[in-house]
Every structure is written in structure tokens, then in C-alpha cells.
Design a protein around this ligand. Structure first.
Ligand SMILES: [Zn+2]
Length: 470
């Protein structure tokens, strides 16, 4: 065979052996229109939890997936609540990849919305509506990913190395008893995968420019700690030394002034190391590089600067927030006890008991007890060198080479912790580029998604799944 022909055959074989490459590039204009229509339809179904009523969305998704010839399983964990699992089945050599989203949304303060939160109105390049970014936007992008994989890869005679599983679940905003927890307990075989893509990350626009994608691979653990002060009770007309409320006040003042030690986890070191390369503010940029270094002096110096920024302070140490206070029965009675609740978020692998020991030492009062009343569960971090993380990075780079992809330790808790404990490598995304203002509307008023970001996010997920399953 002449050299030229051999070359042609070699190229053809390369294409055949990695068949998704032979997949047709989707028609993105049509795909982005379709994604938007699905998102609007889902926003128009009111799934405020409680009560949720997610079954209507589950049925909608079921119909859309079935129409494309994708296998689905629709469940009703409890009346009105839905769980949908769909699967693109291939004869792959690798373990499945799972893409998931929740169908329920949080409530609205109607007075603070100038548009109907459930009308899915489009204004000035934004789609407004409850759930636009949490989490129906990701559901729509995941749905479109499934449809495109089926039409542009499978139906065109291509294949994938992994099954792709789609999950839409209920009750994420209220504990997840009828959501991911229910699916893991009742249908583990349907959702078992090597990798999962869930909510929980960030794609940030800073200074008008798309800057970075933070992929959540680990999260803080939430605990409730109760501080109780005791003292003599009596009639309020005779002031008593040791009044429990004053004692509690002194204890809380000391707890408020207490700072947990700096601990830089591997994810946080990588996060700041990568971010320092692109961060616009010079002082913070240097502080990030310092924190990411291995020099103790530099870490301390950098941490001092970053501690002043609440979102960064929260990832470099355990966080303590006082959230509730309770004491007294009437205005003229001195109560014998008064208590406060602290929500403490520990960094992964750090012990809540050690935090309590440090607080006891700081308070130093035998009439004040500090106890863990609700203990969170730690879960292992997902590997930010895994093929899934790399696939996300490559997908982002193909869309915008100027963006940085960083692993991210989230301060909020997600369903991914359940999956990680179960042995899955779960990663959190919010694939839609947004500035701080747009992001702050999550769970807030006038929630919206920039239309261009919906398109970007859909391409990011499609690209990542196609790459990890190639
Ligand atoms: Zn959410």
C-alpha cells in the first residue's frame, strides 16, 4: 500500500476507534432554542417545595426523553413527588457517567418581583423565573445533553465508552428524603456510576469578563452546636449575679471573637494557586499565591488578607455562625437557663469535637455547656485529576481558552456528599457564566439566567460528557 493510502487508512481507523469523534457537531442554534423552550416550560410548572409537586416536571422530562428514544424510569416516591432516571445505554468499556439536577425550587417573596416568577418571561437578554439558575437551568442543559448525545452520536451510528444516566429528583431544597436519598436507597442499580455531575460549582464573570469555572469536588460539613448558660432563677425585681442570659451573652461574645485556625486543604491550595494567575486585584492576587505556597510565613500573610473577604475566609478555616437564641418565659422572671445555637461548618476531615474543645477553652466557664446537638457527616473529596475533571477542563477550554478551571471546596452542602460517601466521584457545576449580582439572585428575588450563559452552560456539559465518555 502506498504511504499516502496507509496514512488515509490510519486516520480512518483512528476515527473509528474513537467513534464519538465521528459524531456530528450539533446545530447549536437549534439546540439553544430547544434548551430555552424546555427551561421555560419547566419554570412554568410551579414546584415550590414544600409541597414540591415535582411529578409534573418528571412527567414532562419523561415525555421529552422518550420521544427521542431514550430509556426512562419514572417513579413517584410519595404522592405528587417525582424521580426520573433515564439512560443512554451503550456497550461501553467504562463505568457510567451520571448527570443530575433537582426539580423543586424555593419559595418567592412575590412583592419583590416585578415579573411573574412562574411566567418564564424574557427581557433584555435574560430569562426570569424561579429555578432559572437553581436548578432548572442545569436540568434543561442536562436534558439537551441527553437529546444531543442520542441524536448526534447514537442515532448517527457512533457510540460512547460509558452509559450516560440522567437523573431529575425532588426535595433537594428540603432535605432530600424523597430525592437522591430515596433513589440511592430504592434503586441504586439504576444510578450507580463512576462520575456524577451535579449542581454546586460556579462559573464567574469578573469585571465583565468570563474568568473561571469553579468545579466543586468537596464540601464543608454542617453541624449544630448548642451553647447553654445556667444561673439562679428568681423575680426580676431582685437582680442576681450569675443571671443566665448575661452569662450566655458573655460566652457568645467570646465565641464571636474566637477565630478557628487556618487550614489549607489540597483543593483550596489548588483553587488559590490557579486563581492567583488570573485574579484582577493585585493585593488579593498576591495573597492567593501566598496561601497556595508551602512557606508557612507566606501562608499566614496571605491568609490575613483573604480572611477579610467572607467567601474566602470561609474556605480557609472552620466557620462559626450563631443562628438562634432562646431563653426566658416572661419579662419579669429571671430564667435558670438560656441557650444559643451555632451552625458550625468544619473543613473536610476536621473534627467538630476539636472545635468544641477550643470553644470551651475560649469561654472558660463551668456554668456554660457547649454540645454538638446535630452532627454532620464527612464525605471523601473527589479527585481533581480524574478523567471527569479533565473532561470539564477541556470542554471549557474549547469554549473559551481564556478561562481557568479550578477545583472548589464549597461552604454549602449538596447531594454530592451522599454520592461521594456511596463511592462515586461527584463534581459540582453551575455551568452558566454569571457575575456576582446574577449569582446572588439564587434563592433571592428576580432570579434570572442570561440567555447567552444558558447556551454556554449547555455546551459545557455536553462537551464534558462527550469527552469523558469518548
Ligand atoms: Zn439547588
Amino acid at each position: 500500500m502506498p504511504a499516502a493510502s496507509r496514512f488515509v487508512v490510519a486516520v480512518a481507523m483512528t476515527l473509528l476507534s474513537s467513534s464519538p469523534l465521528a459524531a456530528q457537531e450539533p446545530d447549536w442554534v437549534a439546540a439553544s432554542r430547544e434548551t430555552l423552550e424546555h427551561l421555560q416550560a419547566m419554570i412554568r410548572m410551579n414546584t415550590v417545595n414544600p409541597p414540591g409537586n415535582e411529578l409534573q416536571v418528571a412527567r414532562y422530562l419523561d415525555r421529552a426523553l422518550k420521544a427521542a428514544g431514550i430509556e426512562t424510569h419514572l417513579f413517584e416516591p410519595t404522592p405528587g413527588r417525582g424521580a426520573l432516571v433515564a439512560r443512554i445505554k451503550v456497550n461501553g468499556s467504562k463505568q457510567p457517567v451520571l448527570i443530575m439536577g433537582h426539580m423543586d425550587v424555593v419559595g418567592v417573596e412575590r412583592a419583590h418581583w416585578s415579573v411573574d416568577p412562574f411566567a418564564a418571561e424574557i427581557k433584555d437578554g435574560y430569562l426570569y423565573g424561579r429555578g432559572a439558575i437553581d436548578d432548572k437551568g442545569m436540568l434543561a442543559a442536562n436534558l439537551e445533553t441527553m437529546l444531543l448525545l442520542k441524536r448526534n452520536v447514537i442515532d448517527k451510528g457512533g457510540t460512547l465508552s460509558r452509559d450516560v444516566i440522567f437523573v431529575a429528583n425532588s426535595d433537594e431544597e428540603a432535605g432530600g428524603d424523597f430525592g437522591m436519598g430515596w433513589l440511592i436507597k430504592n434503586h441504586p442499580e439504576l444510578i450507580k456510576a463512576e462520575f456524577a455531575l451535579n449542581e454546586g460549582g460556579r462559573t464567574r464573570i469578573v469585571g465583565g469578563k468570563r474568568l473561571y469555572v469553579a468545579v466543586q469536588n468537596t464540601e464543608k460539613v454542617s453541624h449544630v452546636v448548642t451553647v447553654t448558660a445556667r444561673g439562679p432563677g428568681g423575680h426580676a425585681s431582685i437582680p442576681l449575679e450569675g443571671n443566665a442570659i448575661f452569662r450566655l451573652g458573655r460566652a457568645l461574645a467570646k465565641i464571636g471573637a474566637h477565630q478557628e485556625p487556618i487550614v489549607i486543604k489540597p483543593t483550596t491550595r489548588e483553587f488559590f494557586s490557579q486563581l492567583s494567575k488570573v485574579w484582577p486585584n493585585a493585593t488579593e492576587k498576591r495573597a492567593m499565591a501566598d496561601v497556595a505556597s508551602t512557606d508557612t510565613g507566606r501562608v499566614k500573610r496571605g491568609a490575613r488578607v483573604l480572611s477579610r473577604i467572607p467567601v474566602f475566609n470561609a474556605v480557609i478555616r472552620n466557620g462559626i455562625s450563631a443562628t438562634m437564641i432562646d431563653g426566658g418565659i416572661r419579662t419579669n422572671v429571671i430564667p435558670t437557663d438560656a441557650s444559643a445555637k451555632l451552625n458550625i461548618r468544619t473543613l473536610p476531615d476536621l473534627s467538630i469535637d476539636s472545635v468544641v474543645a477550643r470553644l470551651k477553652k475560649a469561654v472558660n466557664d463551668s456554668l456554660v455547656s457547649i454540645e454538638v446537638t446535630d452532627r454532620g457527616e464527612d464525605s471523601p473529596a473527589s479527585d481533581f485529576h480524574s478523567p471527569m475533571f479533565e473532561a470539564i477542563r477541556e470542554s471549557v477550554k474549547a469554549l473559551d481558552p481564556s478561562m481557568t478551571v479550578v477545583p472548589y471546596l464549597s461552604t454549602g452542602a449538596t447531594d454530592s456528599a451522599r454520592l461521594r460517601t456511596w463511592g462515586m466521584q461527584a463534581f459540582g457545576l453551575l455551568p452558566f457564566p454569571m457575575n456576582q449580582d446574577d449569582e446572588d439572585r439564587m434563592h433571592g428575588n428576580m432570579e434570572r439566567i442570561p440567555l447567552a450563559s444558558l447556551d454556554f452552560g449547555t455546551r459545557m456539559i455536553y462537551g464534558a460528557v462527550l469527552r469523558v465518555a469518548k
